[in-house]
Design a protein around this ligand. Structure first.
Ligand code: HEC
Length: 148
């Protein structure tokens, strides 16, 4: 039942397959030579330049910081933030380094989390979190500022 057309079809198919295998091989070889680079250029993790805002620091109750840490873990914060380096948003440690710990700043930053923010750290925008209560947002800020 081998017709010429079927043989021809098989030939085209197998030569295409060969092409794919060869191309894949090249890609792989390219990766190996790049990956076995003896000294891969390591970019240092990005941090923001911090302009520390002057002000007295109150102490943060440990329980508040711990509750804030849990709330943050269950929210979407880590899609844009990391502890140590800039992602879409500033590093939590950089936020801690900028703001003094007191009621005024805790309230201000909680408000920014709820309403969303931009301009304080550059162009990217923090989406608002309207479902968040002010009290929970303040606990989150307590955790962030405890990272000093
Ligand atoms: C869509 C990305 C995104 C998400 C999600 C996000 N952030 Fe942000 N966040 C940002 C960006 C971008 C900034 C910087 C805004 C600016 O420049 O004013 C920021 C800034 C902040 C600041 C500092 C605000 C200021 O005015 O200095 C705090 C505090 C903060 N985020 C906490 C949180 C917390 C807590 C959550 C989770 C509830 C969260 N963020 C979720 C992107 C995000």
């Amino acid at each position: 039942m081998h017709s010429f057309a079927a043989d021809n079809y098989l030939f085209v198919l197998s030569s295409r397959l060969l092409l794919i295998v060869v191309l894949f091989g090249y890609t792989l070889a390219g990766c190996f030579s790049a990956c076995s680079d003896p000294e891969p250029a390591k970019e240092p993790p990005k941090r923001d330049y911090i302009k520390r805002i002057a002000g007295a620091n109150d102490s943060i109750p440990v329980a508040a910081a711990q509750r804030g840490e849990v709330l943050i873990a269950y929210a979407d914060c880590y899609t844009c933030h990391a502890l140590e380096h800039r992602a879409k948003g500033p590093a939590f440690k950089d936020i801690a380094a900028r703001y003094p710990v007191n009621k005024g700043y805790i309230s201000l930053l909680a408000q920014r989390i709820i309403l969303g923010g931009s301009g304080a750290w550059g162009n990217p925008v923090m989406t608002p979190h309207p479902a968040l209560s002010k009290a929970d947002a303040e606990l989150m800020v307590s955790y962030i500022l405890s990272l000093k």
